[in-house]
Write a protein that binds this ligand. Structure first.
Ligand code: C2E
Ligand code: CA
Ligand code: CA
Ligand code: CA
Length: 282
């Protein structure tokens, strides 16, 4: 059904009905996914320097559904946000990932400064208990706040900038870093970015994809993002780096960190030791 105007016609198609039913069923299953142990945190390496060495990981949520197999986060995170389940799930991701990274700090050679990036949902950012939740997760794990990066998107900040700024300021007071995810996809201007409590911007993968193509329109764009970030003292990370040519151009443009299939896909925790050895931990 599209449109809500005067002349809007509501069409019920059996297919749409099926879709709605499938989503409702998925949302119901999701309610139990956490307690049934169906959720898992994968980790994707973040690298810096030339040659690239491992400096951090991004926690990426996975759902092993008993019948459907692996359900991608873009399909179930919105459902969890709508139902409110994201509070419990988001807290679990933080706790789980912080504990895991604390183990790597102790056990992986050269990984004592490995950083952990965790995605925050807008629902979590609006939660007045966020600071306590994050603080508890770090405390339980014995992870220093400086090793945690929370990732928020530009669009999240646009909806209630004042609240977001207060929450992020409070986290930064603890020593936690803030990264603006999917950067460049919103309406970021220099003045807007200057007012954000952030330590890092992550250039969206849509701008990385065509780097290396002839007269790629993304080159001047990435260049200006890097300049803007530099002027504000922010670190710049690129995501979605799949090819060496993209890596080379990003390094030339002054990008500090990178993440993408060129280095590794997101992997289960058990595979990180092997990757760390291959990438050389920093
Ligand atoms: P995101 O935060 O922008 O995460 C980056 C996405 O890009 C991940 O997709 C990652 O697997 C994918 N990616 C990484 N390198 C490459 C590459 O070289 N090429 C391509 N094509 N893709 C690459 P994923 O894991 O499917 O996650 C999708 C989104 O789901 C995330 O986007 C994030 O918005 C959300 N998400 C994932 N985990 C969580 C979580 O724990 N909490 C919340 N609130 N959202 C999450
Ligand atoms: Ca992210
Ligand atoms: Ca992103
Ligand atoms: Ca994204």
């Amino acid at each position: 059904a599209k449109g809500t105007g005067r002349n809007a016609v509501v069409h019920y198609s059996p297919r749409l009905d099926d879709e709605v039913r499938a989503r409702t069923a998925l949302a119901a299953d999701l309610r139990h996914a956490l307690e049934r142990g169906e959720l898992e945190v994968f980790y994707q390496p973040v690298v810096r320097g030339t040659p690239a060495v491992l400096c951090g990981v991004e926690a990426l949520l996975r759902w092993n559904h008993p019948e459907r197999g692996l359900v991608p986060p873009l399909e179930f995170v919105p459902l969890a946000e709508a139902s409110g389940d994201i509070d419990a799930i988001g807290r679990w991701v933080l706790t789980q990932a912080a504990a895991q990274v604390a183990v790597w700090h102790r056990e992986l050679p050269g990984a004592e400064d490995l950083e952990l990036a965790v995605n925050l949902s807008p629902v979590q950012l609006r939660d007045p208990g966020l600071l306590t939740i994050v603080g508890d997760a770090l405390h339980q794990a014995g992870l220093a706040p400086g090793h945690l990066i929370v990732e928020v998107t530009e669009s999240m900040l646009l909806s209630d900038l004042d609240l977001a700024r207060r929450q992020l300021d409070a986290l930064r007071t603890l020593g936690i870093q803030v990264a603006i995810d999917d950067f460049g996809t919103g309406y970021s201007s220099l003045s807007y970015l200057a007012r954000l409590p952030a330590d890092q911007v992550k250039i969206d993968k849509s701008f990385v994809r065509d780097l290396g193509e002839d007269r790629s329109p993304s080159v001047p764009l990435v260049r200006s993002i890097v300049e803007m970030a530099r002027a504000l003292g922010l670190d710049v990370q690129a995501e979605g780096v799949e090819e060496t040519v993209q890596e080379t151009i990003l390094a030339e443009l002054g990008c500090d960190r990178a993440q993408g299939y060129l280095y590794s896909r997101p992997v289960p925790a058990a595979q990180l030791a092997e990757l760390a050895a291959a990438l050389g931990a920093a």
